[in-house]
Ligand binder design. Structure first.
Ligand SMILES: NC(=O)C1=CN([C@@H]2O[C@H](COP(=O)(O)OP(=O)(O)OC[C@H]3O[C@@H](n4cnc5c(N)ncnc54)[C@H](O)[C@@H]3O)[C@@H](O)[C@H]2O)[C@@H](O)CC1
Ligand SMILES: Nc1ncnc2c1ncn2[C@@H]1O[C@H](COP(=O)(O)OP(=O)(O)O)[C@@H](O)[C@H]1O
Ligand SMILES: [K+]
Length: 510
């Protein structure tokens, strides 16, 4: 599903208005009316009738006046408060402000501290707050009296409907600019915005609805959009042809496991099989082979050279031979971190041009010498901690700038990055960003990432591009977690529960 940054949104609006000739006031009318309809629905459902619209000085505020006008016409008790003086309003917003003044709708300015008490009382007496203070025109941090108004809205414990984006939320990053309105619902105009889809933005936006306001969809392609929300529409699985055999669904080699982490290897290999890979081979340290083979009926295991239950560099030639017979490779889950592993991973990556998924310890192994991945068919699947080790950035810097960090990384290395988190973000070689829409906090459990690595490997093996394998992998991994949640809830969910629901998740596509 298309997602536009604030800059791209402005560009599509400009084309719609200036090149196509769609009247801007018509777009504002649609934006305000769509929001008013949402508010009306809430009022009817909850049997409520009074609304306060709080408008800022730009076009987001203009949408707010249209909301007020429509609600008033429908018999709702509505009042409008401005965070600026009436004289500061111009353009389409002014046209709509004049209209509500002419209709006799109550309008008041909140420009001085002494007005705040009155606003507080009106908020208290209202059922629903419409937040039309700032939209995509917000620049920098909110301060002064507007900050106090936003804090008042948040403390009021009322139903809040935000117009376009919650005021104070950075539409592009999801960061909070000083403070932000915590909405119950956000009605966003025509296209989703990235900031609504990642934390903390997700928590502030509440339920998000995209309202169609009359900007042609094709304009998104015209401005070269590059952000996408991954939804079920984007991950339709191709129907399998009858006349096929296991070789048609790929041979994957997984290099994983060590004496204390046999489970990681198991989860990854089993997930690859469950996600449709034709044949999975699993290379593990010799001494753990019999333990792992026990529960893995469908997987061929290989016991390779090791030292104290950890693969040694002497395993390299055996690994390279196995790679010769494989279509795709996954390296990492449960390998542990030591010097030999580090050199082994480095040499494997250096010596192959086949698609490779690098997860967990394989990522740690390449810290400081990532140049070896440059331009290869590689998918990296770091969580924030691993990304921090790879880039030298602090975890908070990564969390607060997911898109920027991901883009900088792929600009440099030209690979596919799956940056795992509560909202997993993919950055592709071509510069596209994908944000996942599935998953839940029950998946924050040991081994969950090993399952994902196995699933991405399976899609690669079945002939998907790196980009597609990553997209399908994150979506169906989250979907399997969502199905698991229905049965076991979030607290008790384990990686095995996710794994066992992979087939059910994939069935949703058919
Ligand atoms: N342009 C269009 O065609 C349409 C725009 N629409 C609405 O218009 C919004 C964008 O409108 P605008 O571009 O007027 O921007 P906004 O209404 O989001 O806010 C911009 C105003 O706030 C001020 N401002 C920004 N950051 C500030 C800060 N940190 N502290 C204090 N003041 C600050 C700016 O100086 C400007 O006056 C959208 O989010 C959407 O709601 C809709 O009406 C649909 C059509
Ligand atoms: N709160 C959450 N909401 C949705 N998905 C989550 C959440 N927490 C974790 N996940 C997902 O679970 C997986 C955890 O992976 P990872 O941290 O590598 O686990 P492990 O190393 O234990 O296997 C990732 O795919 C991540 O996106
Ligand atoms: K808003």
């Amino acid at each position: 599903m298309i997602v536009l940054t604030s800059k791209q949104m402005r560009e599509v609006e400009k084309i719609a208005i200036e090149k196509i000739g769609i009247p801007s006031i018509g777009l504002m009318e649609n934006a305000g009316r769509e929001t008013a309809l949402e508010v009306k629905k809430i009022l009817e459902e909850e049997n409520l009738n009074s609304v306060i619209v709080i408008s800022g000085k730009g076009n987001n505020g203009g949408d707010g006046y249209v909301v007020a006008r429509n609600l008033y016409n429908w018999g709702v008790d509505v009042k409008v408060f401005l965070t600026t003086s009436l004289g500061a309003i111009s353009g389409d917003a002014k046209v709509n402000l004049d209209a509500i003044l002419n209709m006799g709708i109550y309008v008041a300015e909140i420009t001085q501290r002494e007005h705040l008490k009155f606003l507080e009382k009106t908020i208290k007496d209202s059922d629903v707050i419409v937040d039309a203070i700032y939209g995509i025109g917000l620049k920098g941090e909110i301060s002064g009296i507007t900050k106090e108004i936003i804090e008042m809205i948040n403390q009021a414990n009322k139903i809040v409907v935000s117009v376009d984006i919650p005021s104070g939320l950075n539409a592009d990053t999801g960061k909070i600019e000083g403070c932000a309105v915590r909405a119950t619902k956000t009605v966003t105009m025509q296209f989703l915005k990235p900031g609504l889809l990642v934390y903390p933005g997700v928590d502030y936006a509440g339920e998000v609805r995209v309202a169609e306001i009359g900007i042609p969809y094709r304009l998104a392609a015209e401005v070269g959009y590059n952000y996408n929300l991954v939804t079920s529409e984007d991950v339709k699985l191709p129907k399998r042809h009858g006349n096929t055999h296991k070789g048609d669904y790929g041979k994957a080699l997984i290099i994983a496991g060590s004496k204390n982490m046999t489970g990681a290897a198991y989860l990854c290999a089993k997930s690859a099989i469950k996600a449709g890979c034709g044949l999975v081979k699993l290379a593990v340290p010799q001494s753990v082979q019999s333990v792992i083979q026990g529960g893995l009926y469908e997987v061929i295991t290989y016991g390779l050279e090791e030292q104290n239950g950890i693969l040694s560099h002497n395993a390299l030639s055996s690994v390279l031979e196995l790679i010769e017979e494989s279509d795709v490779i996954a390296i990492g889950p449960g390998l542990t971190h030591d010097r030999d592993i580090s050199q082994l991973v480095y040499d494997i990556v250096k010596n192959t041009d086949k698609p490779v998924v690098l997860d967990a310890d394989a990522l740690n192994a390449l810290v400081g010498r990532l140049e070896v991945i440059q331009g290869k068919k590689i998918i990296l699947t770091p969580h924030y901690g691993e990304m921090s080790r790879l880039t030298g950035l602090k975890i908070d810097e990564i969390k607060n700038n997911l898109f920027e960090v991901a883009k900088t990384f792929i600009d440099r290395y030209k690979v596919t990055l799956v940056l795992k988190g509560a909202k997993t973000v993919i950055a592709t070689k071509e510069g596209s960003i994908y944000i996942n829409s599935t998953g839940n906090p029950g998946m924050a459990t040991a081994g969950s990432g090993d399952v994902l690595a196995g699933m991405i490997t399976a899609f690669l093996a079945q002939g998907f591009s790196e980009e597609k394998a990553a997209i399908y992998g994150i979506f169906y991994h989250g979907k399997a977690g969502d199905i698991a949640k229905e049965y076991v809830g979030e607290y008790g969910m384990t990686a095995m529960d996710i794994l066992e629901n992979i087939p059910e998740a994939l069935k949703c596509s058919l």
